[in-house]
Each structure stands twice: as structure tokens, then as C-alpha cells.
Design a protein around this ligand. Structure first.
Ligand SMILES: Nc1ncnc2c1ncn2[C@@H]1O[C@H](COP(=O)(O)OP(=O)(O)OP(=O)(O)O)[C@@H](O)[C@H]1O
Ligand SMILES: [Mg+2]
Length: 263
């Protein structure tokens, strides 16, 4: 669960003259546990800034951010940055196991827990089609395979909150479609696991991607322009109904900086 109230972020653009720039103003959002939510908006609209604030990587100037974990525990946060964030000196397998391994170390897990994590890692890499690349380095595999490894890392960690900043943007259309499907399948798998729902907040530039994957679509341009429930999630672009087409037109209008701010 993610609850944000009256959030503002101001960057200091010039330390000497103390010039400030308000990037996010009076943001309010309430995202239920176990849902997939998509943020879209024009470049410079503060999408990455919002994810970084939620991840705790930068401070906000005003307001509150509350994140809920399972059973009131401190939430585990997975963050997939705009570049997929693999370490070039680690193999694909080491990269996949990095976050989950660090977490196990931090919690003083047993050798059996570590073995179990490694088994899950192999199963996940198989599901993602990168098991044969386990001992390759990121520079030796394709962009799509790197994205799969980054996804594997996030899902092996089993976070309560998954933040993804344009995770599929570097991929060609075909690979993008495949990796999107894998993402949807992994989310569906987690959804069946009722005791540990995962809340996803993902940024994309692509309206079609937002409509394909998001239960809720948030249009952000410095402030929240709209939060829309998306009844067309999971529907193929080829099965285009009149209503779906109109929904996409409405989203595109909202993205237009000159366009209206009322949904
Ligand atoms: N560390 C920083 N210091 C000052 N200004 C910043 C900083 N980081 C981002 N900005 C500014 O804040 C605004 C929002 O940036 P942000 O990266 O959040 O946008 P975005 O919506 O993710 O854009 P894009 O779609 O291009 O990735 C931009 O105008 C950017 O120049
Ligand atoms: Mg960004």
C-alpha cells in the first residue's frame, strides 16, 4: 500500500543564489496493496522524482509518504531504475541474486534459506529464458536479456512495493511485448500469493503500455492531472474496441501540456 498526502518536491538549482524549482506540487495518491499502477506524463513532469521519493532516495520538501508492508512490518522496496541497474562486473546469475542475497544476509538467514533462494533464482531465470546465460556478464547479453535479469532480480526479492522507471523503454517492439507478458505473468503469480501482495508503481512514456498493464493510470505533470481506473487492462491492442480507443484518446489529451487538466 502507498499513501501520499500533500507531497511537494523542490530542487535547489543554484546553491549560490538559492534558486529553487518546484518539481512536484501537492501530490496526493492512495494505491491499494496488490495493485499495478502506471504513471504517465510528459518528459520533465516529475515521474522519476516521484519514484525516487517513494524509494527514499531523495527527500521531499513537504507532505507525507506512507508505505505498508505485510502484517505492518517495514516494507521491502524493489527499485528498478531508468537504466536497468545491473552491475557489469557480476554475472547474470549474481545480478539476479544480488538484492535477495543482501536481504538474506541482513536478516541473518540460515544456509537452508540461502539454498532455497538459489533454487528459486534458477527457476525464475528459466521462466525468464535466461538460465543458459547465468554465467555471462551483462555486456555479453542483449538489452532484452538484461531487462529480464533486472526483472528476475526484483521478483526474487519479493518486495512489498515495486517501483519501476520505464523498465521496457530500451527494448525493440517485439522484445518489449515479450518482456511485458513476462512481467504480467510474474505479477499474476504474486497476486495468487495472497499473504504477500505486491504494489507496483511503474513509469512509462507509452500510453498503450499503460492501458495494457495498469489497473490505475496516473497522469503526472508537476501535479496530478488525473487518476483513472482502467477497465481495459490485459486487452490486446489488436482487440481494439471503440471504448478502449476513446479511453486512449482521453489519456493522450491529458498528456498534452496545452490540454485540459480535467479528466
Ligand atoms: N537533482 C536534480 N536537481 C535539480 N533539478 C532536477 C534534479 N533531478 C531532476 N530535476 C528536474 O526536475 C524535473 C523533473 O525531473 P524527472 O527526472 O523527475 O522527470 P521525468 O518525468 O522522469 O522525465 P523523463 O520522462 O524525461 O524521464 C526536470 O525538470 C529535471 O530537470
Ligand atoms: Mg524519468
Amino acid at each position: 500500500m502507498i499513501t501520499i498526502k500533500n507531497l511537494s518536491v523542490v530542487y535547489t538549482t543554484d546553491e549560490k543564489t538559492r534558486q529553487n524549482k518546484t518539481v512536484l506540487a501537492d501530490i496526493g495518491l492512495s494505491l491499494s496493496a496488490g495493485t499495478v499502477n502506471i504513471v504517465i506524463g510528459p518528459s520533465g513532469g516529475g515521474k522519476s522524482t516521484l519514484l525516487k521519493v517513494i524509494a527514499g532516495l531523495i527527500d521531499h520538501s513537504a507532505g507525507t509518504v506512507k508505505l505498508g508492508g505485510a502484517d505492518g512490518c517495514e516494507p521491502i522496496i524493489g527499485f528498478m531504475p531508468q537504466s536497468c541497474g545491473l552491475l557489469p562486473w557480476e554475472t547474470i546469475r549474481e545480478n539476479v541474486e544480488l538484492a535477495a542475497g543482501l536481504r538474506l544476509k541482513k536478516t541473518g538467514a540460515s544456509a537452508a534459506d540461502c539454498d532455497n533462494m538459489k533454487k528459486q533464482s534458477l527457476a525464475l531465470m528459466k521462466q525468464l529464458g535466461i538460465d543458459a546465460l547465468a554465467y555471462c556478464y551483462p555486456s555479453e547479453v542483449s538489452g532484452g536479456q538484461q531487462q529480464r535479469a533486472a526483472l528476475g532480480r526484483m521478483f526474487l526479492l519479493r518486495p512489498d512495493i515495486l517501483l519501476m522507471d520505464e523498465p521496457f523503454s530500451a527494448l525493440d517492439e517485439l522484445t518489449r511485448g515479450e518482456v511485458r507478458q513476462l512481467f504480467a505473468a510474474l505479477c499474476a503469480g504474486r497476486r495468487q500469493d495472497d499473504c504477500k501482495p505486491m504494489t507496483v508503481l511503474m513509469v512509462t512514456h507509452q500510453v498503450e503500455e499503460a492501458v495494457l498493464l495498469g489497473e490505475k493510470i496516473i497522469v503526472l505533470d508537476g501535479k496530478i492531472k488525473a487518476v483513472l481506473d482502467n477497465p481495459y487492462r490485459g486487452q490486446s491492442e489488436n482487440l481494439c474496441s471503440q471504448e478502449r480507443a476513446e479511453f486512449i484518446v482521453r489519456l493522450r489529451r491529458l498528456l498534452d501540456r496545452e490540454g485540459g487538466s480535467t479528466p
